[in-house]
Design a protein around this ligand. Structure first.
Ligand code: NDP
Length: 611
């Protein structure tokens, strides 16, 4: 049945509007438009914890894990559960948490249901306070997991890894750091957060000339703003503040700037999707009535709804499942081929319904109709990760809040006093860059170190043309090394930790198996890598429709619009073109087969102790 909101939408007109809005945002410099923040530079270092001095460490371990965010920490937990204790977890942060350690901006919260997102809820017995937990609670949960699994004794914090190099004679990885450490590891796991780790700045001319204060949203300066991650930014009462960016970070942080600053400016290039949040406290009675195994069942249910897999009951229902969830493909009972054209038409119809709802919500919540028009997103739901908030839009009704709509063009330049858009200068005291992260980059790039494998080949060089792996986890020429959460060539999920934890369980089991088998070196073959690349290419037509993605407004999902639909990807591959098309469940089965059926034995060069 047609949805009343969608009724009357002229699809041709809508497509024209989408194309017009996209055209405003198109630029020729693609991902090169951004400015790198150097690792260890003033804009990147830890504003939360003083660095404690210590002596260099020199030791041998079975497994070194680079990165103590959720991917590294879950790897450590899963190794512990497999009985592997001889591990070192190295991170530049002063604690566990990763993304949640660095991102402490006001309003920070989980954007997926906490009962799905927070790992190990049944194991820890922890009940999230609300449906979408605040960042500080997630950071506390990471610390609690660290204590529960006794991981602090293995942690080497406040330490930048500088190089990870294969030592042929030792058959070990040598991990060196900025503290003069040398950790010799049989196996290395990278969990360096290839998605949300390395902050980036916009390449706006004059950015270095600004004489006021500025910082990236992932290094929030509460000394300057006052308050904490729950807001109350009292030191901004006499300040004019500009926030650049309209991504999920800005969506969560800007309402607090609007609340506290004397004047608050939101610099918009592309209006964002603002779905309903509807957060609320966890009902302890409901929570304690959950049966053993409930969390995995809930995670699987969310995953299935998002991937169009039939479910008996919709356990999670929120704007994720409504806006981004897709209906299952109807398989005819007589065994005939499903009607793919009808299915694609259904998906398109659904998308229009959801985006019309999103745009109608802007009209409902914004007092000034002209302003409402400027805040409406004109693109399909799959073009950008949507945001959810119940006070972002309303903040534009306040007299101290100003939308600087750059009509897709961004800021012209930054001056000593502020920023210039369309020839007009806006004088401000503080500029906050909510401009995101280098997305889906290689683990070494994300972590800011070089990985050098056998024959002196660096991972950066090996992946120059394309990320080339088996399962997104192992690469030829880089023996005994496993990448968790690197995103490319693996299954993807909006609940990132779903895939990361499956990878962590797999790698922990596999390492245990290799240790028990007396394997000292396992290097996947180039043939195995090519097979996986071929699998990716043959399967990803299911998730990557080049023509549809080309119609999207630019963003990090589609390599900032800079890719060719012919598939040569000379300038880089859109993330969608690197997602495993079989989905997360099938991906997990593929990993299990590799391990349990010992598929790797015919697809890797293996050396055993004493051989
Ligand atoms: P994003 O990359 O999503 O957004 C960056 C923003 O900066 C975009 O709006 C972009 O504009 C804007 N921008 C970049 N350059 C310029 C310029 N020159 N002028 C004006 N604007 C500019 O970063 P976020 O930090 O918001 O989010 C990063 C990721 O973190 C997302 O994937 C998100 O899902 C995730 N996240 C997850 C949360 C969770 O709870 N799990 C919470 C917060 C974030 P344009 O849109 O035009 O490109």
């Amino acid at each position: 049945m047609a949805d009343p909101i969608a009724t009357g939408v002229d699809k041709a007109e809508l497509a024209k509007k989408y194309a017009e809005e996209r055209a405003k945002r198109i630029r020729t410099d693609g991902v090169k438009q951004y400015k790198e923040i150097e690792v260890g530079s003033e804009l990147e270092v830890d504003p939360f914890t003083e660095v404690a001095p210590r002596d260099p460490i020199s030791k041998d371990v079975e497994v070194a894990i680079v990165g103590a965010g959720w991917s590294g920490q879950l790897s450590a937990v899963r190794l512990r559960q497999e009985g592997i204790d001889d591990i070192a977890i190295i991170d530049k942060a002063a604690d566990f948490g990763g993304t949640w350690y660095w991102n402490r901006y006001p309003g920070i919260a989980c954007d997926c249901d906490s009962y799905v997102y927070l790992p190990l809820l049944e194991e820890t017995g922890y009940m999230p306070t609300v449906k979408y937990a605040p960042g500080s609670e997630i950071l506390d949960h990471a610390r609690a997991v660290g204590r529960m699994y006794d991981l602090y004794k293995n942690a080497i914090f406040q330490t930048y890894v500088t190089d990870v190099t294969w030592d042929r004679k030792l058959s070990r990885w040598i991990v060196t750091t900025n503290r003069g450490d040398a950790i010799r590891a049989r196996f290395v796991i990278t969990g360096t957060g290839g998605v949300l780790h390395r902050p980036k700045l916009p390449g706006i001319p004059g950015i270095e000339k600004f004489e006021g204060h500025s910082f990236h949203s992932s290094r929030w300066d509460y000394e300057y703003t006052g308050g904490d991650s729950f807001g109350n930014l009292d030191k901004l009462a006499d300040k004019r503040v500009a926030v650049i960016g309209t991504g999920p970070t800005s969506l969560q942080a800007f309402p607090h700037i609007a609340e506290s600053a004397k004047e608050a400016y939101l610099v918009q290039r592309t209006p964002t999707i603002v779905g309903v949040r509807d957060n609320g406290p966890t009902d302890p009675a409901w929570y304690s009535a959950q049966q053993p195994g409930w969390q995995q069942a809930r995670m699987d249910n969310f995953e299935a709804q998002m991937a169009g897999i039939p479910v008996e009951e919709k356990i999670v229902t929120d704007d994720w499942t409504r806006v981004w969830g897709i209906p299952p493909l109807k398989i005819p009972a007589d065994g005939s081929a499903p009607d793919l054209a009808a299915y694609m038409a259904e998906l398109e119809e659904n998308d229009i319904v959801q985006m019309e709802r999103i745009r109608a919500r802007v009209d409902e919540l914004i007092d000034d109709p002209e302003l409402a028009e400027r805040l409406k997103p004109w693109y399909a739901t799959h073009c950008k990760r949507p945001g959810f908030h119940d006070s972002y839009l309303q903040s534009f009704n306040k007299p101290n809040v100003h939308l600087i709509d750059t009509e897709g063009k961004g800021v012209d330049k930054i001056t000593a006093k502020g920023l210039v858009v369309d020839g007009k200068e806006y004088e401000v005291d503080l500029i906050i860059y909510a401009t995101g992260f280098e997305s889906a980059v290689s683990p070494g790039r994300s972590g800011g170190f070089e990985i050098t494998g056998v024959d002196g080949l660096t991972l950066a060089k090996a992946w120059e043309q394309r990320v080339r792996t088996v399962h997104g986890i192992q690469a030829a020429g880089f023996p005994n090394m496993f990448h968790i959460g690197a995103l490319r060539q693996a299954a993807v999920s909006v609940n990132l930790l779903y895939v990361y934890d499956e990878q962590a369980k797999h790698v922990a089991k596999h390492i245990k198996q290799l240790v028990e088998d007396g394997v000292v070196k396992l290097d996947v073959t180039e043939t195995a890598v090519q097979e996986w690349c071929d699998t990716m290419d043959s399967k990803n037509g299911l998730v990557f429709n080049a023509e549809q993605v080309a119609l999207c407004t630019p963003g990090y999902f589609n390599n900032e619009g800079d890719f060719d639909t012919a598939g040569t990807f000379e300038h880089g591959r859109p993330i969608w073109a690197d997602a495993y098309g079989g989905g997360a469940f099938e991906y997990t089965q593929v990993l299990a087969a590799w391990r349990e059926s010992k598929e790797y034995e015919s697809r890797a060069i293996i050396e055993r102790a004493g051989a």
